[in-house]
Design a protein around this ligand. Sequence first.
Ligand SMILES: Cc1cc2nc3c(=O)[nH]c(=O)nc-3n(C[C@H](O)[C@H](O)[C@H](O)COP(=O)(O)OP(=O)(O)OC[C@H]3O[C@@H](n4cnc5c(N)ncnc54)[C@H](O)[C@@H]3O)c2cc1C
Length: 412
Amino acid sequence: MKKIPHIVVLGCNFAGLTVSRYLHKEARDKAKITVIDRKNYINFIPNIPIEVFNNHNPADSLEFQFQKHLKSDGSAFIQAEVENIEADNKKVFFTPSERPGAAQEFITYDYLVVALGCKLAFDKIEGFAEFGHSFSDTFYGNEVRNYLHNDYKGGHIVIGSDRFIQGKSPKLPKMPTALAACEGPPVELAFSLADWLKDNKKGDAKNITLFTPGEVIAEDAGETILKQLLPMVSDMGFGYKKETVGIKRLTKDAIEFKDGTSLEAEMKIILPNWEPHSFMKGLPFVDDQGFVVTDLYMRNPDYPEIFAVGDAAAVTVPKLGSLGHMECEIASKVIANEILGYPEEVKPLHPMVVCFGDMGSHKGFYMHTDEWYGGDTSILKMGFKTMYETLGGKVPSWGMPLSEVIGDHTIV
Ligand SMILES: Cc1cc2nc3c(=O)[nH]c(=O)nc-3n(C[C@H](O)[C@H](O)[C@H](O)COP(=O)(O)OP(=O)(O)OC[C@H]3O[C@@H](n4cnc5c(N)ncnc54)[C@H](O)[C@@H]3O)c2cc1C
């Protein structure tokens, strides 16, 4: 009897859980699936700001248990720290992480899907622990909540990203280069924080400066959308600083940039560099930084049984959950078709930025674009009511399609 192939999925946050579930849906009982993560819940990161602004500890509602979903699929789960991958022997080394003192073990695979995300390198920013803030996990989110609700003195707030170091490899498909890992969140945060300041009579958009290491913030939104978004940022009163090169250090009252300039700030809200995990660096299937090299079917060209999805994959630029989701659909179909012997052709990744942004007060925006990748889709939808109210009637003629304006697409 033919042996059932064993698929090992490393990581079980957005990309890991999604790919495991799609793999089960596609391959059914023709594959054995084992998932490994150091924790047994999902951090629902994009909703952290909403909880913070509503004065809730994000840890109370944004950590979802996932084991029931894996169990119902018949997939196995191991709670463990992944420590090494021996690609030539198809082995993953891990140490169970429930209790300290466990001994290192290994598991073998026929297919490996790397969905381990990245390390968010706050530890590389001098002064971050003492003077920095972020929304990237529930711990940092709760610190911001406590500061805003108890200690904020009405001073200036800077929001922006450190320089992202994108990996390089001659084996990667052609991709644009991003200077910041993920700049949707800083823009969204600026809008919703300005709204919170106003509601709480602590200030407004003028308290906030957005900064970027790049030539323009949220470059991946594409020129057409930026021509609409940037005038809105300045009309609302936000400060804006570009080409900072990177963050040099944070001090009590300021942020210093690598271009030699600085800004005074009471609060410094930072998105750091997204770095691959240290054990990934130097493995034979990664780029010069440690991101997994894949083609647009999410498969490594040298080790065809190795796939990557989500932030750990080199082609995920910017580091967006929505790109990871598309990659999970592709990787699971490719693997399942191979196992089942289906000839069905799978379409390669067509990267695009899809993003819902919260602006506070039940307002929001929706963005869908592939312009930065060379495509011609560029949609920014914002309720006309939202726009009119936000700009006090000074609505610019952005060339937004009439149907989208009069449709009043307010998205919450
Ligand atoms: C503030 C903020 C807001 C965001 N908002 C949006 C948004 O609105 N829309 C959007 O599309 N994207 C958004 N993103 C980006 C999105 O959160 C990431 O793209 C997404 O989390 C990536 O998912 P992932 O599963 O690839 O990686 P992760 O979410 O980082 O998951 C990696 C998993 O691997 C596990 N892991 C890592 N290393 C090991 C190890 N050695 N051993 C065992 N387990 C390990 C971790 O525990 C984790 O569960 C936002 C990001 C931030 C920081």
